[in-house]
Design a protein around this ligand. Structure first.
Ligand code: GLA
Length: 374
């Protein structure tokens, strides 16, 4: 049954439309977005879909993944009132209102195939799908970046997750066969060609299904370390520090945190340069692997499941591999020759089995379009 049919069954009338927004993988540029730095994500071909229609007096949200509907009123909902998965929906409605934009009560049905809790930004995809639906249903014209801002505001101020802006920008600006090169300071977006199949390559996503550990506190702690390091260096953000500056920090932990950010920005620029020149993408492999090492040694956001996946993927022939996303679990990406993909996936699965870990889930990252009508 289609989403529209399920919507009609749940609400007794058809939706006005179905909107969608993708999850993302970040090719490189981790924990740089809240340091005014550079990121290079792609929008995935896995999406969150939202069927929606204007309703009278109350907003009702249903999800194919959740047993119960959640209700709130668009005109009055405030942070803290809706929690859990539906907070991402209510947060968007609140963000529109907080920005002085019109809102409306809606009937909503959510479904999708972005893995939840895997570091692939299922939450940003839900926010962006709701935002494009609400904008269209209220007749509000917004550009892609404006929608991303509203979605991020929902995440930061309503849900209370202190994230940067990469995920929502990727969900909005993504284009098939392109990477989204984003300067998070200026918010300038450049689309970089990324047609891997033409070069006989695949980008594997290895969902390690590692239990997330201490995620909330750790993300905020890394942000605080970065802010402190920038303050000590007397720069507005770590984006403005050089590798030499960083080595002057006397606090050992802050020095390593800042080193990760500064070297990661350089690696993003290095990857962009290599891909822009239309060269063989295999050339970016060492930069991907160096990013992983930096996250493991200096930023300390990896866990054994992701370290093993990245190391085994390389041993089995990947050109480069790294954890993608916020860290402490989630997914590893591996750049592999087309014919080596299955061998790499099997090697990681075997390494997990040896350790008595649950099998990883492996799929191809295919760069797809950003949010819009489904
Ligand atoms: C999460 C956040 C992003 C970004 C990444 C790390 O996905 O939502 O803003 O900080 O972690 O690169």
């Amino acid at each position: 049954m289609s989403l529209a049919a399920r919507f009609a069954e749940a609400y007794g009338h058809p939706p006005a439309g179905v909107w969608a927004a993708p999850g993302r993988v970040n090719l490189i540029g981790e924990h740089t977005d809240y340091n005014d730095g550079f990121v290079l994500p792609l929008a995935l071909d896995r999406r969150t879909l939202v069927g929606a229609e204007i309703a009278e007096g109350v907003t009702t949200v249903r999800s194919s993944r959740e047993p119960d509907a959640v209700v709130f009123e668009a005109d009055t909902v405030v942070p803290g009132e809706v929690t859990g998965w539906a907070a991402y929906v209510a947060g968007v409605v609140w963000a529109f209102r907080a920005a002085g934009l019109p809102v409306a009560d809606l009937d909503l049905l959510v479904e999708g195939d972005v893995p939840v809790g895997a570091g692939l930004s299922s939450s940003a995809s839900l926010e962006c799908a709701v935002a494009v639906a609400l904008a269209e249903l209220t007749g509000t014209a917004l550009d892609l970046t404006e929608v991303a801002h509203l979605a991020r505001r929902a995440e930061n101020e309503f849900v209370g997750a202190p994230t940067g802006g990469m995920d929502q920008m990727a969900a909005m600006h993504g284009v098939a066969d392109r990477l989204v090169f984003l300067d998070t300071r200026t918010e300038h977006v450049e689309l970089i060609p990324f047609a891997l199949a033409r070069h006989g390559l695949r980008l594997l996503v290895i969902d390690t299904r590692a239990p997330h550990q201490l995620v909330d506190g750790q993300y905020g702690a890394r942000r605080a370390d970065c802010a402190k390091a920038a303050e000590l260096l007397g720069v507005p953000a770590l984006r403005d520090a050089t590798a030499a500056d960083v080595e002057t920090l006397t606090d050992e932990r802050l020095r390593r945190r800042a080193r990760h950010v500064v070297t990661e920005d350089d690696r993003v620029l290095g990857v962009v340069e290599r891909l822009r020149a239309g060269k063989d993408p295999r050339a970016i492999g060492p930069l991907l692997s160096a990013s992983h090492t930096s996250m493991r040694e200096d930023f300390e956001i990896t866990v054994p499941h992701v370290d093993v996946a990245a190391a085994v993927a390389e041993e089995a022939g990947a050109h480069g591999a790294r954890m993608t996303g916020g860290g402490f679990g989630g997914c590893v990406i591996a750049l592999v020759d087309t014919e080596a993909g299955d061998r790499v996936a099997d090697a990681v699965a075997a390494a997990y089995a040896e350790r008595g870990w649950d099998a990883p889930v492996v799929f191809d990252a295919v760069a797809a379009d950003g949010a819009g009508r489904a």
